[in-house]
Design a protein around this ligand. Structure first.
Ligand code: PEP
Length: 251
């Protein structure tokens, strides 16, 4: 089964209306690269404007609540994302696990809520530096996948993203071989959980300090079906070379 590459940007807590020019420029590049999928997950406050500025680009949120409404001050529900114009959402990002103490069970419930409302889901997993140094990365990632991936996860709405926390925003990346090895482990775990056919089709992204310089080698690795990109997605100048690298390795 051929899996189209997905290049997804995560603007985190960055982006004001004055940055919509970058959204437009990224959308224009995505339109020139129809052989790959591109998405941009912006702050909640920018979703409607970004969707209006770039109607053909997949705009996403960076989190959603497991419930559809209720007394949860400051939280965003999946139907709110949909109404704002989001088509996808990141759940279980390591920054939310660290800052908001989110668990894999939380990520599971958020993914289920997002899917209920027709959003695509990018669910993140990945070990900390301490877990990596202790040789526990494999077990940690397997356990996260086991606890957070919904049973009905399927390629048409679900994407996994492997993001070693120590590689996020640090400029450090694992070797291409170790990324490929972890992606193979993740796919084997998906197979146990959702069956061989779904596991073959589900995209597994790599995230952690991906740039225009290292993208081609990472994206060409077996079982790497795209990237989730933080810092290098903030400007078209940095993000477009990653999209173009995905196009090159897809040829
Ligand atoms: C991320 O936050 O998902 C990420 C991969 O960030 P960065 O590309 O900045 O390391």
């Amino acid at each position: 089964m051929t899996r189209r590459k997905l290049v997804a940007g995560n603007w985190k807590m960055n982006g004001l209306k004055r940055n919509l020019g970058e959204v437009r420029a990224i959308a224009a590049a995505a339109a020139r690269c129809p052989s790959v999928d591109v998405a941009l997950c912006v702050p909640f406050t920018l979703i409607a404007d970004a969707a209006a500025a770039a109607p053909d680009l997949v705009i996403g949120g960076q989190d959603c609540h497991a419930e559809d409404s209720g007394p949860h001050t400051g939280c965003i529900a999946a139907p709110m994302l949909v109404e704002a114009g989001a088509r996808t959402v990141i759940v279980g990002h390591s920054e939310r696990r660290a800052d908001q103490f989110e668990t894999s069970q939380d990520a599971w419930a958020k993914a289920a809520a997002a899917h209920r409302h027709g959003l695509n889901v990018i669910l993140c997993c990945g070990e900390t530096e301490a877990e990596h140094d202790a040789g526990r990365a494999e077990r940690v990632v397997q356990a996260q996948i086991e606890k957070s991936v919904p049973d009905d996860a399927a390629p048409d709405w679900f994407t996994l993203s492997y993001e070693p926390r120590w590689a996020i925003g640090t400029g450090r990346t694992p070797s291409v071989e170790s990324i490929a090895a972890m992606h193979a482990i993740a796919r084997a775990k998906l197979k146990q959980l959702v069956g061989a056919e779904a596991a073959r089709g589900i995209r597994i992204l790599y995230g952690g300090s991906m740039t225009g310089k290292n993208a081609a080698s990472i994206l060409a690795a077996p079982d790497v079906d795209g990237g989730l990109i933080g810092g290098a997605s903030l400007t078209a100048e940095k993000f477009v070379p990653i999209i173009e690298a995905a196009v090159e390795v897809s040829k």
